[in-house]
Design a protein around this ligand. Structure first.
Ligand code: UD1
Ligand code: CA
Length: 452
């Protein structure tokens, strides 16, 4: 396949009315990525491949999302939705370029895999002109049926045009089609709209090809590869299948998951081998976890890097810009945002660290807060190596705490603490002997009818 060029046309102009949404269907997300971008991602991985995306409903929004995701994808607008063949022809400018292989895929079919696309290309390389990617299902309703004679594909009949016998067929059109690139444009141009929906059906290339004696084939690909998302129920199904796939891939690469079905990954989550993940952990976009890390239950990560042998949670929240250096610890009910936690540093309980740098080996006591925001601007807190911040301290940024410094519990620190200093930022304690009993007497005699 190395020397064969390929054009992938992604059809994403549909109305998506069944989503009942203001957002164009293909921009709904699974694993944190719009449906259409999942498809772009798979076709991008094909060798020698260029991409055309056909947009229609919400053209501007869809184009801008696709452009942000893939600089090289070309965008074409289908002004009227006259059917899948009509949509593919919107990319005429590229179809005339005589690619060896042309793949037509749907933007609302996010689980399509590179392996299936490559199987279509393999058939083309072996002389096929038209390859239909089919699947078997017990519930074929809604899909085009593949009509075969002596094991050879003859036609695809859409549900609306099918007779009772044809409706019983369980071999269905997944929607992905691979076409001989030298013939694709001419085949698409021959398609007419003589059918129940008065649409130009891409699927009609099959009868046209057969009538011209071309090599037309159907192959079977895994059913979830062609799961189309039309409703929010199918969106959730696609999400579940995607999550299952990702969890499996990670486990096979050496990640331990105590209850994989309770975890949520994003499309770009990276987790190295020998990481252990307890139940109920959420990975938002852009998270990287290095080897040997333990993630305890109910943690929530987004835009974070967790370096080797660190430990987080239970109930840790890592927000964008959180970087945990090797062997550091972030414990329960701690929130870290745009902050670096140094090697072997510990932030173990009930703490907020935002816009900060914490040195190597430093211990942050329970309930510490970096006060980074004054209602207008965000300010930075810098804490040197091997420092100790006593529990329930407020560090009012901008502020710097030197190496080895010691902040007494309950301090409000508003000024720099130099290296090795002990800082007390709190009122001094006074003990009054015997006063407790006097106080009790006074309070008990104060009982009035107004007391609650
Ligand atoms: C299509 C196939 C059917 C197959 C099914 C698999 C045709 C005629 N039918 O039916 O055989 O079993 O997919 O899911 O191809 N689109 C456009 N412009 C248009 C029409 C559609 O861009 O004018 C896009 C849609 O956004 C969608 C895709 O093409 O991504 C498929 O269109 P849809 O109307 O959903 O086709 P199905 O009826 O599902
Ligand atoms: Ca569909």
């Amino acid at each position: 396949m190395i020397n064969r060029s390929c054009l992938s046309i992604i059809l994403a102009a549909g109305e998506g009315t069944r989503m009942k949404s203001d957002l164009p269907k293909v921009l709904h997300k699974i694993a944190g990525l719009p449906l259409v971008c999942h498809v772009v991602r798979q076709v991008q991985a094909l060798e020698n491949s260029e991409i055309a995306v056909v947009v229609g409903k919400g053209a501007e929004e869809v184009s801008s999302v696709v452009r942000d995701f893939s600089k090289s994808a070309k965008i074409y607008v289908q002004k009227e939705r006259l059917g899948t063949a009509h949509a593919a022809l919107a990319a005429r400018e590229m179809l005339v370029q005589n690619f060896d292989d042309v793949l037509v895929v749907f933007g609302d079919t996010p689980l399509i895999e590179l392996a299936s696309l490559n199987r279509g290309r393999d058939e083309l390389a072996n002389g096929a002109d038209i390859v239909v990617m089919g699947f078997e299902t017990e519930n074929p309703s809604g899909y085009g049926r593949l009509i075969e004679k002596d094991g050879k594909l003859q036609a695809i009949v859409e549900e609306k045009d099918a007779n009772i016998e044809q409706k019983k067929i369980k071999f269905c059109n997944g929607g992905v089609m691979a076409l001989n690139g030298k013939r694709a444009l001419s085949l698409l141009e021959q398609i007419k709209n003589e059918n129940a929906k008065k649409e130009y059906y891409l699927t009609d290339v099959v009868t046209i090809g057969v009538s011209q004696g071309l090599d037309v084939r159907a192959i079977t690909i895994p059913v979830e590869n062609v799961l189309g998302v039309n409703t929010r129920v199918e969106l959730a199904e696609a999400e579940a299948l995607w999550q299952k796939r990702k969890a499996k891939e990670l486990m096979l690469s050496g990640v331990t998951m105590l209850r994989p079905e309770t975890l949520y990954f994003s499309y770009d989550t990276e987790i190295a081998r020998d990481v252990i993940i307890e139940p109920n952990v959420f990975f938002g976009r852009n998270v990287k976890v290095e080897t040997g890390v333990v993630i305890h239950g109910f943690s929530h990560l987004e835009g974070a890097i967790v370096k080797t042998h660190s430990e987080i949670g239970p109930y840790a929240r890592l927000r964008p810009g959180a970087i945990l250096e090797n062997s550091s610890k972030v414990g329960n009910f701690c929130e870290i945002k745009n902050a670096k936690i140094g090697e072997k540093a510990k932030v173990n309980h009930l703490t907020y660290i935002g816009d900060a740098e914490i040195g190597r080996g430093t211990n942050i006591g329970a309930g510490t807060i970096t006060c980074n925001y004054d209602g207008f601007n965000k300010w930075k807190t810098i804490i040197g190596e091997n420092a100790f911040i006593g529990s329930n301290s407020a560090l009012v940024a901008p502020v710097e705490i030197g190496k080895g410094a010691y902040v007494a519990s309950g301090s409000v620190i508003t000024e720099a603490v130099p290296e090795n200093c002990v800082a007390f930022g709190r009122a001094r304690q006074i003990n009054k002997e015997g006063r407790a009993d006097l106080l009790r007497q006074r309070f008990s005699s104060m009982k009035t009818k107004n007391s609650l």
